[in-house]
Design a protein around this ligand. Structure first.
Ligand SMILES: Nc1ncnc2c1ncn2[C@@H]1O[C@H](COP(=O)(O)OP(=O)(O)O)[C@@H](O)[C@H]1O
Ligand SMILES: [Mg+2]
Length: 362
């Protein structure tokens, strides 16, 4: 009998998206085939402590939760306990959204520990988390991006008047204000005038030292595509989000439950093909690997397309767009997890080929 792979699922985390991550992890754990995988659930508390728990739904504060860590040495120990004991892990599945999870930090630890992990590496994760660097890479790859300006919190606090004037000159209204490094619409608002822009910047500056102010996409479909692969990429059919509110804010995403997903998105075949081609180019532009979801805007009238963002750890509940798009493209949830784990092992094996000492080229 082939031994089961020991999969460490990481969830929770020190980010505004803690709760969303737990919801995603519940679905991932439920769909990992027990005949192939032994699942080890590792919760990260909002304070950043790591605990091994029986399931993501379990109460992490009970005595059943044990303090654990992964050490930054490639010693094959896997998961380590305070008493010096350890248990091996074959692969880690970070189901963490936002900072300290989707941004390359956890990925860096897993690289140092020599553990294979699902999803983008350090670089792809880090540049995709920062909306400013991400959009600069999109622009450099020739992808269509809405006009935006970066605003540093320090400058905003020093000289509000000139920041507002510059934004009105270059971006105008209506616009969106966003913290650069977050997700799930946390800290994002729409501004139609100077007062709202000011309030939006005040609010976004609570979350990050860097913010973006971006032109609002005029009368557009909100379209998403799922992708997977390391070198050979696959792209799903596109889906459309119909937000239940003014825009797809935190409440529309997770709280009121009445936003709709249209799968497939009602786009003409040539527009679908263009969306898929741009999604693939966006994935490549940020050096993503494993999987990701690319979000775009498509103008209703003339079908003009803009790339909005890539998420390297997209929402993964069973009703989330990422697995639903794969399902509609012929890849069920459990099969999707199998493929992502295989991609993680393949990327790790490829990296293991690199020599880590200097061999003279004679
Ligand atoms: N430029 C824009 N034009 C129109 N809607 C936008 C724009 N930017 C963001 N939004 C709305 O805000 C939501 C969240 O913004 P997004 O940039 O995707 O950040 P997040 O990483 O938090 O998902 C989008 O899904 C969309 O509904
Ligand atoms: Mg988004």
């Amino acid at each position: 009998m082939v031994p089961r792979l020991r999969v460490g699922v990481l969830f929770g985390g020190r980010s505004g998206e803690h709760e969303v991550s737990v919801m995603s992890a519940v679905s991932v754990v439920e769909h990992l085939d027990p005949s192939q995988y032994e699942v080890i659930c590792i919760g990260i508390t909002p304070q950043g402590d790591w605990v091994k728990v029986p399931s993501p739904q379990a109460d992490w504060t009970t005595s059943g939760a044990r303090s654990v860590s992964i050490l930054p040495q490639p010693n094959g120990k896997g998961l380590c306990y305070g008493d010096g004991s350890s248990e091996p892990l074959d692969v880690v599945f970070p189901v963490l959204h936002g900072p300290y999870g989707e941004d390359g930090t956890i990925q860096g630890l897993l690289e140092l520990a020599g553990l294979p992990y699902v999803g983008a590496g350090v670089l792809g994760s880090a540049v995709s988390m920062d909306k400013d660097v991400m959009k600069r890479l999109f622009l450099q790859a020739g992808l269509p991006v809405l006009t935006y300006r970066r605003v540093m919190r320090r400058l905003w606090e020093q000289d509000r008047c000139s920041v507002l004037a510059r934004l009105e000159d270059h971006v105008g209204y209506p616009c969106f204000v966003k913290p650069a490094n977050l997700g799930s619409s946390v800290g994002i608002s729409r501004a139609k005038n100077r007062r709202q822009l000011e309030l939006g910047l005040e609010h976004a500056s609570l979350y990050d030292g860097k913010m973006l102010v971006e032109t609002a996409a005029p009368d557009a479909h909100e379209i998403e595509c799922s992708l997977m692969g390391n070198d050979d990429l696959q792209v799903s059919i596109p889906g459309e989000i119909i937000p239940s509110r003014d825009f797809y804010d935190y409440a529309a995403k997770y709280e009121d439950g009445t936003s709709q997903l249209l799968i497939p998105a009602p786009l003409a075949p040539d527009v679908t093909a263009r969306v898929q081609q741009l999604a693939l180019a966006a994935y490549r532009a940020v050096d993503a690997s494993g999987y990701g979801r690319v979000d775009l805007f498509v103008q209703r009238q003339d079908h003009r397309v803009w790339v909005n963002e890539i998420n390297t750890i997209p929402g993964f509940t069973s009703i989330s767009m990422f697995p639903k798009l794969w399902e509609a493209s012929g890849v069920g949830y459990s099969e999707l997890l199998n493929r992502l784990i295989t991609l993680a092992l393949e990327r790790h094996a490829d990296k293991e080929r690199n020599v880590t000492s200097c061999k003279p080229n004679r």
